[in-house]
Design a protein around this ligand. Sequence first.
Ligand code: GLU
Length: 451
Amino acid sequence: MSHAPAPVFRFAPSPTGLIHVGNARTALLNALLARRGGGTFILRFDDTDAARSRTEFADAISADLAWLGIPPDRVEHQSARLPLYAAAAERLKAAGRLYPAYETEAELDLKRGLQRARGLPPVYDRAALALTAEDRARLEAEGRAPHWRFKLDQRVVTWVDGVRGPQQVDTTSLSDPVLVRADGTYLYTLPSVVDDLDMGVTDVVRGEDHVTNTAVQIELIAALGGVAPRFAHHNLLTLPNGEGLSKRLGHLSLTALRAAGQEPLAVAALSVLVGTSEAVVPVESLQALAEKIDLARISRAPARFDPDDLPALTARTLHHMPFAAAEPRLVAAGVTGGEAFWSAIRGNLETFADAAPWWAVCSAALTPAIDPADTAFLASVAEVLPPEPWDASTYKAWIAQAKTVGGRSGKALFHPIRLALTGRENGPELANLLPLMGRARVLARLNGASA
Ligand code: GLU
């Protein structure tokens, strides 16, 4: 019997800004599919661009993934792996697949302009391949340092994309890509391929802006003697006006959504499910969200992400949140009311931060502001408070009596009681709050005393 090897997925952000919900979509798809398949989720920082990469962004990305609930199983930094890329570049040179070119940007621009004027696609003409050793020596004597291009096979590259189905790209239509700049730094392609091979990545799930790169990468993998991973390119998220999300512009950063009190599970559900044939619904856990992922059901069209949908989804996520999920966060917030408290209040939360004030209502002193017109009424209903122990049925029994002794019904009955007991106009069912407050506190508050 043969077993498929455990899958290895990776999320490979450049730490050049705060990540946004579109990046979260990529990270979550990779992390949750890895988890579902019993595999590994690698966080790989594509930080070879030393000028733009910053440690604080890498730290923020790690914190964002932890907040989403998908801490990586392994973390790698490309900046620490440069010798591997150098070795791969040498192998490609030895195999005649990486060649030096000396054109300046201005010269390349000029070539492209001429090609366009003749109605030709602006593909690099491989002039550098014709250079002799003497030509190169002369150019270098002029002070030109070469950049290095990968010699494409110029063939039709095919793969079956997990989202988009069978794909083909004719690499004749592409310029030989520059892998190494004149200053010796690497563009994204070579380090990415070297790492995917070295780390045994089996599945690459990323945005569809990388579809064309994939053909180049498949050729490069073959040139390095490796086996291509499975590729899946998901649609990109846009703002409601169709504008693409930008890390640079700070659109919908996870850090900002977190500061605004949005629930990580709501952000996760929205960023994974929007633009698929699944409805965007609150989920109970990341595992439940993982079960809903089907790459083949991701739409090919861009997915509009409306940030205004998030507060409602956050609220609904809280309304369904099991106590076990809430408990550590309640404890961290000093809320010790246990499951009875959570069940009583979760349906009234807009953000998690609303929980602690409700706990204060149940357990800390509150001075009721009682309308003088209600003083006698509240004192009379206080007289008929049942003896303890109290449970969820206490309130109903008490109200039945309160109606009679107080001579009121409807709003005139309920509103002053709620206001005296909680200090608020609205809130969770009093039937559930009463046992949490206890008789002494309720009695005092009905009589206008601070308790
Ligand atoms: N650093 C690349 C990016 O953020 C990674 C792309 C990939 O997943 O290969 O777009």
